[in-house]
Design a binder for this molecule. Structure first.
Ligand code: DGY
Length: 322
């Protein structure tokens, strides 16, 4: 009997592709080409499954060109690149990679918060440019992390990880806003207090965004929300581009209406709004919050396991549609 055919749409760890070859007839992309939707559709025309990343849009037009496709296993916890309704209508299973990246991503969120509040990249650029000639009392004076108020918007697994780091590690007061409240036990464990979004924005010294992207969360932070924040506050986005109105953010950063921002994700990435590139008080990283070798391997392995389980006749391990 011939093996099911799968596409590995982006370059991943070669040994994990080899593992997939034990189960499937694999077309992979070791050169890591970025295919157009048309090129992707052509490659999916004869495939039973695909290992995707956030950079492949799986929508009705693509699914119409992929009549054999039964599963798309995303190597990401976020799956806003999937049109889940269109996939469900076409009978295509979607899966993601929750849990395996939670702590790594929370580490990064906290690192970005600290780099932003303590002006690390701005001061490093100054030093590298040979501008450091003397100590001065206010040189790159930033804001404190310990004892400050941490506001988390989106209190899923990663948000909870950031809350624990802030409350237990740095003595921060943690407030959060989420679609639903955590259980009293989880609130106690995270030492986190539920508040309305407006109160959070008005009171937090550091606002961290960890909400999934959807039409409903588009521009969760725009000009009106930024106007509520303290002039000394920082804003950290490790969720998705599109959660923040980047153009509006660049204006408030330029005018110092908030102190600083740390951004790992961008509207239209890998393009970055040009105004963000010209303001000094923003730390910019290229969507690397989950990027440690063990975690990226765990994500790729979980995506592979979903393909092996599902196309092998078992249920998906981490489904996003039912
Ligand atoms: C995720 O898992 O959703 C990340 O953003 C991809 O690295």
């Amino acid at each position: 009997m011939s093996k099911p055919r799968i596409l590995v749409a982006r370059a991943i760890f070669p040994d994990i592709v080899d593992r997939l070859r034990e189960h499937f007839d694999v077309e992979d992309n070791p050169a890591d080409a970025i295919w157009t939707p048309h090129e992707l559709a052509a490659r999916l025309a004869d495939k039973d499954g695909a290992l995707t990343t956030g950079s492949q849009r799986i929508d009705a037009a693509l699914l119409a060109a992929a009549p054999r496709l039964k599963i798309c296993a995303n190597m990401a916890v976020g799956y806003n690149n999937f049109d889940v309704d269109a996939m469900t209508s076409a009978g295509v299973q979607g899966t993601n990679t929750p849990d395996v990246l939670t702590e790594t991503t929370a580490d990064f969120g906290f690192a970005l918060l600290m780099a932003t509040a303590r002006r690390m990249t701005e001061s490093e650029h100054y030093l590298r440019a040979g501008k450091w000639t003397k100590w001065s009392y206010d040189m790159f004076a930033g804001s404190d992390i310990h004892g400050s108020t941490l506001g988390i918007i989106g209190m899923g697994r990663i948000g909870q990880g950031i809350a624990r780091r802030g409350a237990h590690g740095f003595g921060m007061k943690v407030v959060y806003h989420n679609r639903s409240r955590l259980s009293p036990a989880l609130e106690a464990e995270c030492k986190a207090t539920y508040v309305g979004k407006e109160e959070l924005l008005r009171t937090a010294d550091h606002v961290v965004l960890v909400v999934p992207y959807s039409a409903a969360s588009h521009h969760t932070i725009g000009a009106a929300e930024l106007a509520l924040m303290k002039p000394t506050a920082t804003l950290i986005n490790i969720a998705r581009g599109g959660i923040v109105d980047d153009a509006a953010l660049a204006v408030v950063l330029r005018d110092r209406r908030i102190a600083a921002a740390g951004l790992d994700v961008f509207e239209g990435e890998p393009s970055v709004h040009p105004d963000l590139l010209t303001v000094p008080n923003v730390v910019l990283t290229p969507h690397i919050a989950s990027a440690t070798v063990p975690t990226r391997r765990a994500m790729a392995n979980l995506a592979a396991d979903n393909l092996i389980a599902f196309l092998g006749g078992q249920g998906p391990l981490t489904p996003v549609n039912q």
